[in-house]
Write a protein that binds this ligand. Structure first.
Ligand code: F0G
Length: 423
């Protein structure tokens, strides 16, 4: 076991050893549950931390203080591959033949990819009908997963998958699976590595099922216990306004981990009220359109360890932030942009100071949800209204409009002169 974090770099980039180039397994010393000869990798975690002055300026930060951890560059296009390599490794060690998940799209894309690349298991995925972005659905279908579309939303699919995997003895890879979270801890290790092993001031992460936030808190708690870091960053978890269970419970009702004794009656009452009034999550950020996050308790614990805060941001804020991220070249899907929208809000509130060092996690790739992106940039008011207007989005302040022009050389040249930059 290394005594300094910098020693992990010794494992880096030995291309003949898949366990050294995997962005997860090169931290194997910190993931000792996995037998070394059974670790499954498809090349996950080759992701980078980028300084983003464009998004930083948008959020109100000083130059050089905002960083984006671009997890969209994983093989299946989202951070899920970090956890999937770990859960898959565990599934293999227990001899599983089938693996299942409920998903808003990215977990299922990741599971389907691991199954088809390794041929170790069959993927069975449960998705809410019409609740999953097209890019993600196309992945599951293309990779050959058995795809079960349930007439319901993610929470319905989640309840069913837990019931059915138990009955049929299928290995469950949702983030209720603790090994998923072990793999996702390595996102924080790579962030630390990129910052030359210095702890940032803030980690900002979108909150859906709360697997990431739980894993990040655990990563920092353990590193501190092991004496590998001397301070833990603060964490901000960002909900969508239309899916803000964590925000309501943590910030509005004051529910805390409370040394393992959270106010469970308050949580139950909240969920019962949700059912009684028929309130269902609704946001353009379909990845985090979740009513009952399965990792709520672990996330409360992580918030305690990180002295965390929770905020919610509207679909308008999410899409504006997404356009700013995209303009910087590291495009992301809507849910991911909640982190940058959250940074902006926390800077405006004075909770984050503009010269603190802030890392936002871009959880999923831009191509996951082209419908939302095109609707934001379109000049077609009907398309805008259909996709976004119905969600309360009123303007596309950072839209990059396509220029419509006749099929005529002179007209095209005129348009390029008129609209092009002088770069
Ligand atoms: N961002 C993206 C792109 C996601 O796909 C998810 C979750 C989250 C953020 C939220 O992360 O659950 O760890 O809080 N997607 C899950 C799925 C639910 O099924 O793909 P979390």
């Amino acid at each position: 076991m290394p005594s300094k974090l910098a020693e992990f770099e010794k494992h880096w980039a030995q291309r003949d050893d898949p366990h050294s180039f995997s962005g997860v397994w090169r931290f194997h010393d910190l993931l000792p549950f996995a037998p070394r000869d059974k670790c499954v990798t498809v090349g996950e975690g080759q992701t980078l931390l980028h300084q983003s002055d464009g998004a930083g300026k948008y959020a109100g930060m000083k130059l050089g203080r905002l960083f984006l951890q671009y997890e969209g560059m994983n093989p299946s296009g989202s951070f899920k591959d970090n956890g999937m390599s770990a859960a898959f490794t565990h599934a293999r060690t227990v001899g599983a033949r089938r693996a299942a998940c409920a998903s808003t799209g990215n977990t299922s894309a990741s599971l389907a990819l691991y199954c088809s690349v390794t041929r170790l298991m069959q993927a069975v995925i449960f998705v809410g009908s019409g609740k999953i972005a097209f890019g993600k659905l196309s992945q599951a279908l293309d990779y050959g997963a058995l795809t079960v579309q349930i007439a319901g939303d993610f929470d319905d699919a989640m309840a069913r998958v837990q019931e059915i995997t138990k009955e049929l003895g299928i290995y469950l890879v949702n983030s209720v699976n603790p090994f998923r979270l072990e793999g996702q801890k390595t996102i924080m290790l790579r962030v630390l590595e990129a910052l030359r092993w210095e702890t940032p001031d803030w980690i900002i992460v979108p909150g859906g099922n709360l697997g990431n936030s739980s894993a990040f808190g655990k990563a920092f708690f353990e590193l501190k216990e092991l004496g590998l870091i001397d301070r833990i960053p603060r964490m901000a978890v960002i909900n969508a306004t239309g899916a803000r269970t964590l925000y309501d419970l943590y910030e509005e009702q004051g529910v805390r981990w409370n040394e393992g004794k959270p106010n469970l009656p308050a949580v139950d009452a909240y969920c019962q009220d949700m059912d009684a009034t028929g309130r269902r999550a609704s946001t353009i950020a379909s990845a985090i359109e979740i009513n009952r996050p399965v990792n709520l308790m672990k996330c409360l614990r992580a918030l305690q360890w990180t002295n965390g805060v929770v905020r919610h941001v509207s679909d308008q804020e999410i899409l504006d932030a997404k356009a700013q991220v995209g303009a910087g070249g590291m495009g992301c899907e809507p849910a991911s942009a909640a982190s940058v929208a959250g940074a902006k809000r926390l800077v405006a509130e004075g909770v984050i100071s503009p010269d603190e060092r802030v890392v936002c996690i871009l959880t999923g790739h831009q191509l996951k949800d082209p419908k939302a992106t095109v609707a934001y940039h379109t000049t077609d008011q009907q398309q805008f209204n259909e996709v976004l207007g119905s969600r309360g989005v009123r303007r596309a302040a950072y839209a990059n409009r396509a220029v419509a022009v006749a099929n005529d050389k002179d007209e095209i040249i005129k348009a390029i002169r008129l609209y092009g930059s002088n770069m």
